[in-house]
Every structure is written in structure tokens, then in C-alpha cells.
Design a binder for this molecule. Sequence first.
Ligand SMILES: [Zn+2]
Length: 275
Amino acid sequence: MPELPEVETIARKLEPDLVGKTIKSADLRWSRTLATPSPKKFKEQIQGQKIKEVTRRAKYFILHLSSLRPGSGQAFSLLIHLRMSGDLYIRNSTTQPEKHDRLVLKLSGNKSLIFNDTRKFGRVWLTANPENVLGRLGPEPLGKDFTPQWLYSALHEKHRQLKPLLLDQTFLAGLGNIYTDESLHIAKLHPVAASDSVTLKQAEALHEAIRRVLKEGIRRNGASIDWVYRGGEFQNYFRVYDREGEPCPVCRTKIRRLIVGQRSTHICPKCQSVR
Ligand SMILES: [Zn+2]
């Protein structure tokens, strides 16, 4: 499942091909891909929109579109969440759609933006109020609101196991299974440790670890693992994730696989002992 670095990589890769283009028409090939508005309204509202900017928030890919009506000040955003198997890419408009293409946006310049999604869990929103979709998300881990002090306080407001809490997008946005396991290993914290047992020093280490793994993930164009995205190479640099039975890069102890909150979890039993 794509996490923050993978979505960031896709956004950066597509940006030069999208900014400045006009959306000529939309071909919605699986109507349930669209969360809002209705398919009819969607096609009407998106037609003729110009793409002003491409960004990311948490695991959402966002196209910022031109104003609804000139001078109205109100503008639409197209939000796409890739979920389990979604992928986005550019194709020549003349190429035939593929089986799992869910949405095709025909752009000026004879190009199309394709949302392809084998497992159909991905969703698309066209809205003038993106906060309705994004408002409940926690802070952006590479943003300025995510500080060691914030993390320490937020961990102590809860009494939850560390890993499920870090995966909770309303707590902190963008982390998934891979980057959480990697962060906890760097910070030498056990995934089931109680959030309110973490010391200030440990919270500082965790803060630094989260930023470090996300930045490294972005630098390596994300990880190409168990989903359709095939561009990255961070999977070659995992410390613990998916490395059961292999040696810990710090102490050579064999990596162990556990289930925490129904999620496959990888730890070094020596470096990450339970408090
Ligand atoms: Zn170790």
C-alpha cells in the first residue's frame, strides 16, 4: 500500500506533465471510484478546468484546479487516494484504456491522466471544500507542526500501543506499515509499548526517526513492494520490514515478525525490548 513517500514520488513525477494543462473531458469507467459528487456533476464540473498545482497531503494526491467561475474565488480540488492498489500515470490520449483503468482525464496536449486500480479500493473526490475530506487528518510528519514536543504531548494524551497509534491517520498523517516499522526500529521502541510510557528523550528519537525514514523513502523514490507502483528502490534499504529471520543491521540478532493490531510487524527483539 502506498504511503507518504510513494504518493510524494508520484506527485513529483507527474507535476511537470500536469501543471498548466486543461482537462478536456473525464471518462469515469468505474462509477464507485468517485466518492463525490455524482458522476454527471463530476463530468460537468471538471470539464475545462485548468490544473494549477499538484500537491500531496498525507496519502492523498491533490490536483488544484482553476476557479469555478472567473472572479468567484472558489476553486475545485481533485483528491485521489490510491488505497491498496491504485496508480497514476500519463498516457497518450490515443492509446486504448486498460482493463483496470477507473478514471481517464483527457488533457490538452494529447495526454491523459490515468487512475488505474486493480482492487477498486481507491477513491476520487472533486470538491471546493477539500477540508471536508482532509480535515480530520493529523499533522504532516515533514511539516512544521510536527515537533518532538508535540509528539511527546500527543503520545501522552493517549494510552494506546505505539504502532496502531502511529498508523492512525487522525493522529499522524502519512505513515503506513513499512515506515512505521522502520521508524520504531531506529528509535529502539517496541511497537506494543504504551504511548504514554514514552519518555521525552524517546519521543525525540522517534520524531527524528520518522523524519529520517520518510526523507530517505522519498530520496529513493519510495518502495516498490506488494502493490502496482514499481518505481522506487527503498525496499533494498529496509532495516526490519519484510526481513524476518535476517540479521538486525545494528546488533545482528534475527529479525522477528509479530502481529500487532492485525498488522504484520517486524522488530529486532534485542534493540526493541518492551519497557
Ligand atoms: Zn538489533
